[in-house]
Design a protein around this ligand. Structure first.
Ligand SMILES: [Zn+2]
Length: 327
């Protein structure tokens, strides 16, 4: 029987470091939340003779073997599960599919579940709660191989209400997801607040990491000049390919204020800028501009004017934090 493979986002990487994913109010992070809380809850509601396989052994996008995994499990469909992180006010979830595609029935039904649970954001080809992407590894690999794939963002772990739904209503969320993914569920009742060990702390989400990541400490000159070495350090810290280049950028006041050929102009989006935007809570379009600088300034606690001077205070602070391994 053809299988539906369900993957927990993030996790153990090839180099044996663990990527917890976003944290926010759900302090255990995306990977452990999905593995330890959501998956067991989903398993509880599986109908008889289901076709669902769960996978959480490692970070699939880091191993780069999603197509091989699909073959191994005889999967014709893959659903990968995450939650988002940004500022406390951002809320709602969405379903990510390849930008060239329109959503299929399952994408839309999963979108409806997310909408009922936490609300939705974004839209793609006129479908609310769907986002089209072409710069995510698993999205592109599966699209090339002709395997049906979607990535669910179940809400924001940094938003009080979303985090509450994700943790206290994890069973209800899981049951609704299973109804779509498996086609039906058993008739067990979804309990409130019995879903594992996730806790929502009433405190403000921590944006700054509390632990130092030695592996990604940089050794930059703190001069406020964003050139190739700063880009390289940023790429290392954000776990994107390290080449010192920010590609496919629009010409604007910000992109033209960087140094030494680190920016390549063109249309499209840059992986490291998408990762940076996600980190600082900006719209993740992969294009560096004033809105991203303003979010970066907010994240780093410098004056928020959306301007990147030559040299720049916010770049200095970013370099300092990259050197300390606390960006
Ligand atoms: Zn994630």
């Amino acid at each position: 029987m053809a299988k539906h493979l369900v993957i927990a986002g993030h996790g153990m990487q090839r180099n044996k470091t663990f990527d917890p994913g976003a944290t926010g109010l759900i302090t255990k992070g995306e990977h452990r939340y999905v593995s330890d809380d959501l998956f067991p809850a989903m398993k509880k509601f599986l109908p008889k003779n289901h076709n669902v396989v769960f996978f959480n052994k490692y970070k699939v996008s880091n191993y780069g073997d999603i197509v091989a995994l699909a073959k191994q499990y005889n999967a014709t469909q893959i659903t990968e599960i995450h939650y988002d992180a940004a500022s406390a006010s951002a809320s709602g979830g969405h379903v990510i599919i390849y930008s060239g595609y329109s959503p299929d029935k399952t994408d839309l039904a999963l979108r409806d579940v997310i909408k009922r649970m936490v609300g939705v954001r974004y839209s793609h080809k006129g479908n609310e709660g769907i986002s089209g992407r072409n710069n995510l590894f698993n999205v592109n690999q599966t699209a090339n191989a002709g395997i049906t794939y979607r990535l669910l963002e179940l809400g924001f772990g940094t938003n009080k209400n979303d985090a509450k739904v994700l943790t206290e209503n994890v069973e209800e969320y899981a049951k609704e997801l299973i109804k779509v993914i498996a086609g039906s569920s058993n008739d067990k009742k979804a309990n409130k607040q019995s879903g594992g060990t996730s806790t929502v702390k009433p405190s403000k989400p921590k944006v700054k990491p509390t632990t130092t990541n030695n592996a990604s400490k940089a050794n930059l000159t703190v001069d406020g000049k964003w050139g190739k070495s700063t880009t390289r350090a940023l790429q290392k810290a954000l776990n994107t390919p390290v080449d010192g280049i920010i590609s496919k950028q629009p010409r604007n006041s910000v992109s033209q204020s960087l140094y030494g050929g680190t920016v390549q102009f063109g249309s499209g989006s840059s992986n490291v800028i998408v990762a940076l935007q996600r980190k600082v809570g900006a719209n993740a379009d992969g294009k560096l501009g004033p809105a991203t600088v303003r979010a970066l300034q907010k994240y780093l606690g410098t004056v928020q004017d959306g301007v990147l001077s030559r040299p720049s205070l916010v770049v200095k602070e970013m370099q300092r934090r990259l050197n300390a391994g606390t960006f």
